[in-house]
Ligand binder design. Structure first.
Ligand code: FES
Length: 481
């Protein structure tokens, strides 16, 4: 490790803001009396954040005084851990991995970009926006080469895509972190090649790939669901869907039995096939819900059970008064639908796979809202599943253009999940503009999904909503999409 020294030029003073004083006290309170020094690392980290990304000598003194520690002890910590920057850094600090896998995959090219675009290592660019340093492996070797910029990883880089990122950050633009080639997490290029079949039981659905910084990565990413067992003790703590479905059910006895399942029971994944489907359904609900909490608008959903109340967005799908020929399809064959949901769907006049297969985006929006689990239908790919079960397939090619309008395509990489390679494929399909994607029907999505060989990805990443938002943004800016 290189010698780590404090910067030659130091500010005169540092003090926590009142908010950070409160925060620091809350950290210190986590430790037993007399052990407050244990909070030194979080306090230094918070101080570094407040101090524009670096730890100055006054920062070290302030933390030492705050924790009643010897100054030299805090200095030891700050100079030992490389997470603490001892020199001023740019607004965007690039930590460039130069370890073997990244080096073999082109880290040297990225260093050249840094030198040209930012300047020498560990110096701040003239505009104060950027600085860079080489670091050892950051643990994302599978998507090498990569860099960390502030709190985000940018992976699968080459000189061009990396230079583009730096330019955008410098211009104050947002750049989606993650793979820059559109790779799904760390799957092989071209998409997953194993475990592509739906699991043979009601397991939790795939979590969507999030490459944007969540609103939380933006796209915070929605967390990969690894749900703890759900214990539901009383009405207020029930999984939202349980409440919604009870309200929606005409069958009081059945609703009562569902309640029995929910109340006072620890619901676990049904992998043996012996636990009730209702349990599995609740498990799936919890796993797939963004907010399986009490603040889900249950009342609205219950009200909207009064069909077509107009309190939800979208258009209610056309229902049937009863199953055709008196025989409904087994909707539970669609992953994500259990007995309770099936009952709710039947109550809406939905009995057959081909009905679900024919839902429009507006219908999906209505059902999503109605059942209070925004996005679930797309995440679990109900429509493609229903099409497969109904023997309907393939989709329809969306309208294509011979070339971009006005000769300039939209930057489709602004859509989280679209990297340079996918953008090239989209261009080859005649897709150049956000408004084209925003107008895709489910059939179009299916057709494009097929071409990209990333089944369900468009829905999971919600390209259509993203494209719609971008169209609106472009319109607001006065440009053309
Ligand atoms: S070698 Fe670069 S992240 Fe591991």
């Amino acid at each position: 490790m290189s010698v780590r020294r404090l910067a030659e030029i130091q500010p005169e003073s540092f003090e926590f803001t009142p908010e950070n004083v409160d925060w620091a006290n809350s950290q210190v309170a986590k430790y037993p009396e007399g052990r407050q020094a244990s909070a030194v690392i979080p306090l230094l980290w918070q101080a570094q954040k407040q101090n524009d990304g670096w730890v100055s000598e006054p920062v070290i003194r302030h933390v030492a005084e705050f924790l009643d520690m010897a100054y030299i002890r805090v200095l030891e910590v700050a100079t030992f851990y490389t997470m603490f920057n001892l020199q001023p850094v740019g607004k965007h600090l690039v930590q460039l991995c130069g370890t073997t896998p990244c080096w073999l995959r082109g880290a040297d090219d990225l260093k050249d970009v840094c030198r040209k675009s930012i300047g020498p290592e560990k110096t701040v660019s003239d505009d104060g926006q950027l600085s860079w340093m080489e670091v050892e492996c950051l643990g994302a070797c599978v998507n090498a080469p990569m860099v960390q910029i502030n709190d985000d990883f940018y992976e699968d880089l080459d000189a061009a895509s990396f230079a583009d990122i730096l330019t955008k950050l410098r211009n104050g633009e947002t750049v989606a972190p993650g793979s820059q080639t559109g790779r799904q997490t760390s799957a092989p290029e071209g998409g997953p090649q194993a475990l592509t079949e739906a699991p043979p039981y009601h397991a939790m659905p795939f979590a969507p790939v999030v490459e944007e910084a969540p609103e939380a990565v933006a796209t915070e990413p929605e967390p990969v669901a690894t749900p703890a067992p759900v214990t539901v003790r009383d009405e207020a703590e029930k999984a939202p869907e349980a409440i919604v479905e009870e309200a929606a059910s005409d069958d009081t006895a059945e609703a009562g039995s569902e309640t029995d399942v929910a109340v006072g029971t620890t619901v676990e994944e049904d992998t043996s096939g012996t636990a009730s489907s209702a349990q599995a359904d609740l498990f799936a609900d919890e796993a797939s819900s963004d907010k399986a909490d009490d603040d889900v608008p249950v009342a609205d959903a219950t009200e909207s059970t009064e069909a077509g109340s107009g309190s939800v967005d979208g258009e209610r799908p056309e229902g049937l008064p009863a199953a055709r020929d008196g025989k409904a399809d087994d909707l539970k064959q669609i992953k994500g639908i259990g007995p309770k949901l099936e009952g709710t769907l039947n109550g809406l006049g939905v009995f057959h796979f081909d009905q679900i297969a024919g839902w429009s985006r507006s219908n999906v929006g209505w059902v999503d809202e109605h059942l209070s689990f925004k996005g679930r239908i797309d995440r679990e790919q109900w429509i493609p599943q229903a099409k497969g079960l109904a023997g309907i397939s393939d989709g329809v090619q969306p309208p294509a253009l011979d070339g971009p309008r006005g000769g300039t395509p939209d930057d489709l990489r602004k859509i989280s999940g679209v990297g340079p390679k996918i953008e090239d494929i989209l261009h080859s399909l005649g897709i150049y503009h956000f408004d084209q994607i925003a107008a895709w029907s489910p059939d179009h999505v299916e057709w494009v999904d097929e071409k990209l060989r990333f089944k369900g990805r468009i829905g999971r990443e919600d390209w259509i909503s993203q494209a719609t938002a971008l169209v609106e943004g472009v319109s607001k800016d006065g440009g053309g999409a």
